[in-house]
Design a protein around this ligand. Sequence first.
Ligand code: ZN
Length: 395
Amino acid sequence: MRMAQIGATPKGGCNRQALTDEDKAGRDLFCRWAREAGCTVTIDEIGNVFAMRPGAAPGATPVLMGSHLDTQATGGRFDGVYGVMAGLEVVRTLNDNGIVTRRPVEIASWTNEEGCRFVPAMLGSGVVAGAFDLQYAYERVDKEGRKLGEELSRIGYLGSAPARARPFHAMFEAHIEQGPILEQSATTIGVVTGIQGAYWLDVILDGEACHAGPTPMGLRRDPWRAATAIIDSAFALAEGHAPWGRATIGDIKASPGARNTVPNRLVVSVDLRHPQRDTLEAMMAAFKCNVVNSASRARIDSRVEQVWFMPPTSFDTGLVELVDAAASALGYSRTRLVSGAGHDSLYTAQFAPTTMIFVPCAGGLSHNEAEAATPADLAAGANVLLQVVVAAANG
Ligand SMILES: [Zn+2]
């Protein structure tokens, strides 16, 4: 709640976008708390902050936890911030109880996870994973034309540690679920097995423009006749791969876009998701087939363009079991689920064994100023984090 005062919005949320003065203040506060807790703070070349609590074994690879401190413009108090604060609470609890772990324990606060000021999202962890190169990251510009690299330097967080992967024994990210499943099933802990993969597609349907009055229905080449069938088939595909299949039609553009003209072109944006690679590929293949069939029935030319592909992420099975066992030993109700949203863990999973711990949030709301979570649920997630970090750090 102290962190949430930085960039607090009138509706009870947070506006602490990446590399703003508010982000600097949040980072400064976290670094102060981490140093007070005996951690050594290191900043890397993309501004990721690592707070390290030493372990007993010299040279042992560290256990990492953490998330991000930046928020959406109309963000909440918990998205990301919870994972960093839970990490700090783990370190303080180890200190309070005089526990020395064999491996060092580190808290990471990744730069620009949200991607609202600088696109793309998850940039800090993505650079470390090698998904983006450093120069590309520095050149990202916000709406006012300010470069990410210059903003990093302006707020004093252009560090010198290499923004490259180094060995980690394990990585845990505690996070609010950002969806309704835990709350609706009155479950305290989400044991997260992976992150959904996604295809972003543009379906381009070309017919023939004509006057809405004089042209008989049977003589039209109306791209909508194909689009409605394609959209229905996308929903059926997602429902046919329940519970994790998803299909979203986020946008449709009609050209020329006049009330009394059959459009000659529709561009339909499609977002298809599933956590298993082979199922996602099967959904994609079936979807493309539906496009071709629906278009030819409507005498429409069709084309599917791939805008983006995010492969599904499977978390480390050993760490997933560890989280499950810890939640069980602590007596918390738990369920296995898949993250529908991207997280820094998507990239850390590419260079370290990784998993996540979810806790419920009110109404499943996130990226919303009304985002909320109960102290009891947040404490439960932090307790699970503590147990798995200690187990991993002594393993
Ligand atoms: Zn987040």
